[in-house]
Design a protein around this ligand. Structure first.
Ligand code: PBG
Length: 325
């Protein structure tokens, strides 16, 4: 054959492939989610997330130091509240001495450079396991936003660099931004879960925090996975209301959404490679059906290729270890 172009030339060996790779993962791409529990020296492996632990603050600090030493710049923290602190107001969420607030202070104190992001939603504190206040079996919007504002202010007060509202109530980004302005928190950022879908892939996370909804599902606030244009609407509104970073969640079944958002906004886009996505790789690898390391790197690279500037992933540490050979 006489060919004008032989595309395989650029795939001939690892050196050439590295030279022309369009996307390369690096430690600063990752946000490491951390599950935090009360107690001392406690590490509880989450059954549906093998190799991932919920730790007390002391063990969390050790973990954060390790992540920082590996070049990971950010953690996203979630807490597990004991049942006796859960109610329908979620008021433990803004207790200045609550587990979240203590954890933020401890992490910032131990590793001041680490960018600490906090989950803002009522579900770990809700006796109903919902992200908002329940009235007549409905998750009410405006009353919930008031609670989320108090929660966000208490995280800012504790020293969080970013709050990350994951609740999908209407108007919460604007309300939180206004409250930050009014209270002088002009350096606290907002990473909005803008396009958060009602997904079965959150199952293992709800095991981790004992936060599964006690009745119904989350479809009246999280988005319908049949929809694409709605993701743009949600994201644009969050940006108008003051979001610094927007997020798409989950990631791998939503790569089209990540790309669409990346093409339509000028703020950084993050994607959350969620608990169920972690569990799928872990389970298949355990069965010997997938090469775990290759599955991790291919998955995360595909999320970056789709347009994610940042990836929240339970594989953050594994990925850095694999990338560094
Ligand atoms: C709570 C929240 C959830 C996740 C992050 N924040 C669960 C949910 O919405 O039910 C899921 C994360 C994961 O599955 O890894 N608002």
């Amino acid at each position: 054959m006489i060919l004008q172009r032989r595309n395989r030339i650029l795939r001939a060996n690892p050196a050439i492939r590295a030279m022309v790779a369009e996307n390369v993962l690096q430690p600063a791409d990752f946000i490491a989610p951390l599950f935090i529990d009360e107690g001392e020296n406690v590490a509880f492996e989450i059954p549906s997330m093998q190799g991932y632990f919920r730790r007390s603050i002391d063990g969390t600090i050790t973990e954060v130091k390790e992540l920082w030493a590996m070049g990971i710049k950010s953690v996203l923290i979630f807490i597990k509240a004991p049942d006796e602190l859960k109610d329908n107001t979620g008021k433990e969420a803004w207790n200045p001495d609550g587990l979240m607030q203590r954890a933020v202070k401890a992490i910032k104190n131990a590793v001041p450079g680490m960018v600490v992001m906090t989950d803002v939603a009522l579900d770990p504190y809700s006796s109903y396991g919902h992200d908002g206040i329940v009235e007549n079996a409905e998750i009410i919007n405006d009353g919930t936003v008031e609670a989320l504002v108090k929660m966000s202010l208490s995280h800012a007060e504790a020293g969080a660099d970013f709050v990350a509202p994951s609740d999908m109530m209407d108007g919460r980004i604007g309300a939180i931004r206004n409250a930050f302005e009014q209270h002088g928190y002009t350096r606290t950022g907002i990473m909005a879960y803008s396009a958060k879908y009602a997904s079965c892939f959150y199952g293992p996370f709800r095991d981790a925090l004992d936060s599964a909804p006690g009745f119904g599902d989350k479809k009246t606030y999280q988005m319908d996975y049949a929809n694409r244009i709605e993701a743009i609407k949600e994201t644009q509104l969050d940006i108008e209301e003051g979001a610094d970073i927007v997020m798409v969640k989950p990631a791998m079944a939503y790569l089209d959404i990540i790309r669409e958002i990346k093409n339509s906004v000028t703020v950084p886009v993050s994607a959350y490679h969620v608990s169920g996505e972690y569990a799928m790789i872990k389970a298949a690898a355990k069965m010997g059906w997938l090469n775990e390391e290759k599955a991790i790197i291919e998955s995360l690279t595909s999320i970056k290729r789709a347009g994610a500037d940042l990836i929240a992933t339970y594989f953050a540490k594994d990925a850095v270890r694999i990338l560094q050979g």
